[in-house]
Design a binder for this molecule. Structure first.
Ligand SMILES: C[N+](C)(C)CCCC[C@H](N)C(=O)O
Ligand SMILES: O=C(O)CCC(=O)C(=O)O
Length: 370
């Protein structure tokens, strides 16, 4: 941990030099906003006591410090203490790097040997087991939970431990069979090209959990996963203008069913403020018929989607495997695309969605991510 070396008041800000050479300039309003005294901060709820508009317009009157903390006396005679360890977290590159992720991109079945395979008892009953699963979800976007009793109830316990059952119009825990419970081809036995779910929701499901509860009197029904971030990264290298288009153009998607008309438009490749890929929303089936502002925009739409899709449809980029009863697959619906081969016979897929906020919360609580 960096110790304080010097502290200087420079009109309206404080320049703090740490003994590792790091220098950070803090504005007075920021410092007052971070005061952690009992009048300014509720240490039980981790919330500020006062409104932003009630932060007084004050100046720093005096500063005292040693290696581990700073005492500021304000022009309204309020006193604030700041620990060196707290302040050191706000060096911009340190602060931003803590929030950036570096997923381990993968291409095809090589990932099978890398994703976590954890027994359900270890996942549910040990911190280590949970850490392994969430680390695999962060690194590769998938994990396998083995030894799960072949029932929806046992699968639900896994979904809850991942962050909770996310309820949508499809229900909470669902059983997917080739019976048209909903107006969607998932409830058939036809092949499904790899896709992300819920491109028509304002926020897509975070995780999907698939547990094949039964497949009898038939064949096929293999699951397919592909790393959506890998494909998008390849598109950026080989077709940069298409990448640019798909990170800016709002593609509209829709889900229609009796009594339901979900519709949402967003980029197929969503970037965060660091220009890192944050989400893929790729589903060839749920696209609406769109009007375009120009012929060029229309042709860019088809060209860029097809170029991206070629990575996702490239068999060398796909991990194809048969889910068997007892093993629950969990994967990141913001990153991985999933699909299946056609099948015959009776096939029952149990599972649920898990909201992104909820599973990232679990991963953060485990300190798998910041
Ligand atoms: C069965 N389960 C609820 C998982 C999916 C339901 C259909 C999802 C739709 N095909 C989409 O891509 O969003
Ligand atoms: O049946 C499967 O294996 C997957 C179905 C699917 O893609 C979905 O439910 O979104």
């Amino acid at each position: 941990m960096s110790a304080l070396q010097s502290v200087n008041i420079t009109d309206g800000s404080l320049t703090v030099l740490f003994d590792d050479g790091t220098s950070i300039v803090f504005e007075d309003v920021w410092l007052r906003d971070q005061c952690r005294c009992s009048a300014c901060y509720n240490s039980t709820t981790f919330q500020r006591v006062q409104h932003l508009l009630d932060i007084p317009d004050v100046t720093i009157t005096s500063v005292e410090y040693d290696k581990s903390q700073i005492l500021i006396v304000w022009s309204d005679n309020h006193e604030s203490i700041y620990k060196a360890e707290f302040l050191s977290e706000f060096e911009y590159s340190v602060w931003t790097n803590k929030r950036r992720r570096r997923p381990l991109l993968w291409r095809g079945k090589e990932v099978a040997s890398k994703v976590a395979k954890v027994h359900v008892d270890k996942f549910l009953n040990s911190v280590e087991g949970a850490e392994i699963v969430f680390t695999s979800l962060i690194d590769y976007g998938a994990a396998l939970i083995e030894g799960v009793e072949v029932s929806l109830e046992a699968t639900e316990k896994v979904c809850k431990a991942l962050g909770g059952v996310q309820h949508t119009m499809f229900g909470g825990m669902w059983e997917v069979t080739n019976v048209m419970l909903h107006a969607d081809t998932a409830y058939t036995n036809v092949p499904l090209a790899v896709h992300n779910d819920n491109t028509y929701f304002n926020e897509a499901a975070g995780l999907q959990v698939f547990h094949c509860l039964e497949h009898s009197n038939g064949s096929g029904g293999e699951s397919i996963l592909v790393d959506g971030f890998y494909g998008a990264s390849q598109l950026k290298k080989e077709f940069p203008e298409d990448y640019e288009f798909l990170t800016n153009f709002d593609l509209e998607a829709q889900y229609l069913e009796d009594g339901h008309n979900f519709r949402y438009a967003a980029p197929v490749i969503r970037l965060d403020k660091f220009k890192d890929i944050q989400q893929i929303r790729f589903n060839v089936y749920d696209r609406t018929a769109m009007a375009f502002s120009s012929q060029e925009e229309c042709r860019a739409y088809y060209r860029s989607l097809r170029n991206l899709s070629r990575y996702y449809e490239n068999l060398e980029c796909q991990w194809k495997f048969k889910l068997v009863p007892g093993t629950a697959l969990v994967f990141d619906n913001f990153r991985l695309l999933h699909g299946r081969t056609g099948f015959t016979g009776k096939r029952v897929l149990g599972g649920s969605y898990v909201a992104r906020s909820e599973w990232l919360n679990k991963a953060r609580a485990l300190r798998v991510i910041n």
